[in-house]
Design a protein around this ligand. Structure first.
Ligand SMILES: [Zn+2]
Length: 124
């Protein structure tokens, strides 16, 4: 996918939830543990495909993952929707990614390159 060069979020290394000035454009699917939808940046009009995914471990601790992938066209969105699992979305760069548990709430950070992705996986 293309880098969202005109979006102010692109220039930040970490993005807090308070930085997201988004409006909801569409909801593609929503279940208890996964939600996929489309947001538009109110500042610049950039579209972001979003996935929220919740994983419960054996202790019923919840791990939640947010992924925002900048998109431009209907065809970009169709491509992402064809990738059914969260793991399948990891290959689409750049993406804004964040993880949360019941106790922590990380800010989002950009995964811009394969090296960033490997560093991100190593941090889990
Ligand atoms: Zn923007």
């Amino acid at each position: 996918m293309k880098e969202p060069l005109r979006c102010a979020l692109w220039k930040k290394s970490t993005v807090g939830l308070e930085d997201l000035n988004f409006e909801s454009v569409n909801v593609f699917n929503k279940t208890t543990h996964i939600k996929r939808d489309l947001f538009k940046c109110r500042d610049c009009g950039q579209l972001y495909f979003h996935e929220w995914y919740e994983h419960m471990d054996f202790n019923h601790d919840a791990y939640m993952y947010d992924t925002y992938i900048p998109v431009e066209t209907e065809s970009d969105i169709a491509t992402l929707l064809k990738n059914k699992s969260t793991a399948d979305l990891e290959k689409f760069l750049p993406q804004l990614h964040g993880s949360h548990t019941n106790d922590t709430d990380d800010s989002l950070h950009w995964i811009r390159t394969d090296a960033d992705r490997e560093a991100n996986i190593a941090s889990f």
